[in-house]
Design a protein around this ligand. Structure first.
Ligand code: 13P
Ligand code: SF4
Length: 304
């Protein structure tokens, strides 16, 4: 089947089944052609919470589909490929979080949305890369535990006065591998380029940025900027979307390894398969979901 036929079939099935497709910014670009909403984790969580659709097809990774199911328990949530996991979310489980909390009793826990439902259930509030600073600030605490991303936690601390953010040693392998040398080298080639960095990168990298923000925030900042060249310091999907949307500007990916393999598992054929066969349905244990929802709802009520 060619691309046009696939898109037509998917759109027809979406109508018949009252389904929507949510697509993360790191997805293969072709997925955007059938997506009802595309963007960062925070934006997609909000869409999942507010939709009237009966079926949500999540073009993203497991924790995103799980979060959508927790927010919309009466809807069918489909993840088209069950191998689409997140290496950062796998860095901590509920038992490891309980042990971390035991070392720091009475300190509130912020968990990055890139985590399992059971970790969210053990946390006080969730955050995404778009609102981590505001979420930490909203706790009005002197000390905060932050899991699983050491870099996002450290970045939030660096932007706030008087809060100690105690981080768990987790990280995203894609962003963790980016070094200041990568930026220096690209800057030699493109000295006028603005450096746009995702806060999952190490502190030495965020310190060299002209702008730090979530994937959606980076795209918005580029579109609003008068600059013509940008070094994009996050996953390749952001560069592909910017090249599509801003043909008059030049974008340079920080390095060719900045690709999240699990985000790239999905193609149009997988979306069609998900809709045709109702697969793969994501469910969350009711007790865990109830507790995790508190952390997610608390985040959603805080203005990003
Ligand atoms: P955002 O969607 O918050 O930009 O985060 C990127 C990411 O790594 C999602 O897994
Ligand atoms: Fe997880 Fe990193 Fe991939 Fe995002 S880019 S889904 S944090 S492994």
């Amino acid at each position: 089947m060619d691309k046009r036929e696939l898109i037509e079939k998917i759109n027809k099935l979406k109508k018949e089944k009252n389904a929507i497709v949510l697509a993360h910014t790191y997805q293969n670009l072709e997925i955007d052609e059938v997506a009802d909403f595309s963007g960062d984790s925070l934006y997609l969580s909000r869409q999942a919470a507010n939709t009237d659709a009966d079926i949500i097809v999540f073009a993203g990774v497991y924790f995103m589909a799980e979060t959508a199911k927790i927010l919309s328990p009466d809807k069918t949530v489909l993840l088209p490929n069950l191998s689409a996991g997140c290496a950062m979310a796998d860095k901590i489980n509920a038992q490891q979080l309980r042990e971390f909390k035991a070392k720091h009793p009475d300190v509130p826990v912020v968990c990055y949305v890139n985590s399992t439902a059971e970790v969210k259930a053990e946390s006080d509030v969730c955050c995404t890369s778009a609102n981590a600073i505001n979420v930490v600030k909203s706790l009005n605490a002197k000390e905060v535990l932050f899991v699983p991303d050491q870099h996002l936690g450290a970045y939030a601390e660096s932007q706030l006065d008087g809060v100690k953010v105690i981080t768990y040693p987790g990280y995203c392998p894609v962003h963790h591998a980016i070094s200041p040398v990568d930026i220096t080298e690209k800057k030699k080639l493109y000295p006028c380029a603005k450096v746009m960095v995702h806060p999952e990168c190490p502190a030495e990298v965020t310190k060299m940025a002209d702008f730090v923000g979530s994937t959606t925030a980076i795209i918005k900042a580029v579109k609003e900027s008068d600059a013509k060249e940008f070094i994009i310091v996050t996953e390749k999907g952001v560069v592909e979307r910017l090249e599509r949307d801003c043909p008059d500007k030049k974008f340079v990916l920080i390095n060719e390894k900045a690709v999240c393999d699990t985000m790239k598992l999905l193609h149009l054929q997988d979306i069609l398969n998900a809709l045709e066969n109702n697969c793969y349905e994501i469910n969350v244990d009711a007790q865990i979901a109830k507790k995790a929802l508190k952390s997610i709802d608390r985040m959603i009520s805080i203005n990003a």
